[in-house]
Design a protein around this ligand. Structure first.
Ligand SMILES: [Zn+2]
Length: 456
């Protein structure tokens, strides 16, 4: 039987040693490693042979951008580029202006291939490197890339690629925000009818990130700045092994900004429109008591969404109020709290508010207790519409804002708060936008050559 091994052996005598290694490999994993290496070498050759053939075709010389004279061929010159399979080398005709204008060498063949004149690495390699850097520190990304592809790229190079792609992502988002401010609605994200019909949950919160106090220096005291994070998710259902249907959040989308609540507001609204907030039958806003977030809810989302105050936050506030009145260490205090919490959980907020009112009317109530209970009363009273936990539970809504907290963890904490990490504003923003694009399924669209999956 004719064998691919023999064909490869005939194709290049230099591959002989690799073929020997392949034939002598004793373990399966050893065999796979050698074959993988060989495949990459063959792939490089395939690309180079194809390029060599194509570069022979007639070159269409354009005109000099300075004087308009037709460019003149100066013959073939070498070119090389790093890629995920290895370094690719080819030769192609370069031209110069016959008037000797200082426009440098022009290579129409490179242009045809989508390669710019200073480019040293293929877009596919940049894409993979940036993807790895989304999850791990730059040094680790460089190490993983070498391990997985055999290609050596410095951490600095990956950092630079992230800055440049991140910059494009920020520009693109700013363009979308400007269009929205001008009254142009964004295109809704394409999703299945099943997902579009599911309850849309949303929420927002802030998380602190360590920054360098000054640009370009490592010294000084860490400056903590708040990053505002918003998350959207669909409430789907999955079947457990026991056959039970249980709720499961999926289709997560995020918005985040190193800025104030108004910066978040416009970004969150843009994403909400993409997620079909106006068309979705059931939309739920989950939030803790932070005032700025409820203002955002009132301004943007109140017509479309049911607001839910995080139950655990309510319980915390209830405890602070009650312990300022009754002694926090006493059994009476604990019982009062547990009973009131239970009633709140079951929608008896009117009763609890009446009880607080009654406590406030008690003769001889100390001023501090008066103050705390009044604060608690106003808090619950203001959020009356957001604490209908019995009805929420009936509708299958979660009553905690764990969705938002966990998003802050995986979106921000995981990559930006590693040991000893401190960020510059640009360095943070660029990488943040790569992470956002990745979560939102828009990462690939920022690379010219999105890697096609081969039809096998
Ligand atoms: Zn010229």
């Amino acid at each position: 039987m004719s064998c691919l091994l023999d064909t490869i052996r005939e194709a290049d005598p230099e591959w002989e040693s690799m073929l020997d290694e392949l034939e002598n490999a004793t373990s399966l994993s050893g065999l796979i490693m050698v074959a993988w290496h060989l495949a990459r070498v063959v792939a490089v050759r395939l690309v180079e042979e194809t390029l060599a053939k194509r570069s022979q075709a007639k070159t269409e010389w354009g005109l000099c951008e300075k004087c308009g004279k037709r460019l003149q061929s100066k013959g073939y010159r070498p070119r090389r580029i790093k890629s995920i399979i290895g370094v690719i080398k080819w030769e192609r005709r370069v031209g110069r202006c016959s008037n000797k204008c200082a426009i440098g060498q022009v290579a129409p063949f490179d242009k045809e291939l989508g390669v710019t004149s200073n480019q040293k690495s293929d877009s596919g390699l940049k894409q993979v490197a940036c993807l790895v850097a989304i999850f791990v520190p730059y040094e680790t990304a460089a190490m993983l890339l070498k391990q997985l592809t055999g290609i050596e790229v410095s951490a600095q190079a990956i950092w630079e690629w992230v800055q440049s792609v991140g910059e494009r992502m920020i520009k693109s988002l700013e363009g979308e925000l400007e269009a929205l401010a001008a009254g142009e609605l964004p295109e809704a994200e394409a999703m299945s009818a099943e997902i579009a019909a599911q309850t849309l949950l949303m929420g927002a919160d802030g998380v602190m990130v360590p920054f360098r106090p000054q640009a370009k220096t490592a010294g000084g005291k860490t400056k903590w700045r708040e990053v505002k994070v918003a998350v959207f998710a669909r409430l789907g259902k999955v079947r457990t092994r026991a056959g039970k249907l249980i709720p499961r959040l999926h289709h997560h989308r995020v918005a985040a900004v190193l800025g104030d609540i108004d910066d978040l507001s416009e970004r969150m609204w843009l994403e909400a429109l993409k997620q079909g907030v106006k068309e979705t039958p059931q939309v739920v806003w989950l939030s803790d008591g932070a005032r700025g977030l409820w203002r955002l809810f009132d301004e943007r989302f109140q017509p479309y969404a049911t607001g839910v105050l995080d139950f655990y936050h309510v319980a915390q506030n209830l405890w602070s109020g009650v312990k300022a009145w009754l002694d926090g260490r006493s059994k009476r205090c604990r019982n009062w709290f547990i009973d009131a919490r239970h009633r709140l959980r079951h929608g008896q907020d009117d009763d609890v508010l009446d009880d607080i009112k009654a406590a406030l009317a008690l003769p001889g109530l100390p001023a501090s207790a008066q103050q705390s209970l009044t604060k608690l009363f106003n808090y619950l009273d203001k959020h009356r519409d957001h604490i209908q936990y019995d009805k929420l539970k009936e509708m299958g809504f979660p009553v905690g804002s764990g969705l938002v907290e966990s998003t802050c963890k995986w979106l921000i904490q995981q990559r930006f708060k590693g040991v000893g990490m401190r960020w510059s504003e640009d360095g943070f923003n660029h990488l943040l936008h790569l992470r956002l694009a990745w979560v939102n399924g828009r990462f690939d669209s920022f690379f010219t050559a999105s890697i096609p999956s081969p039809k096998l």
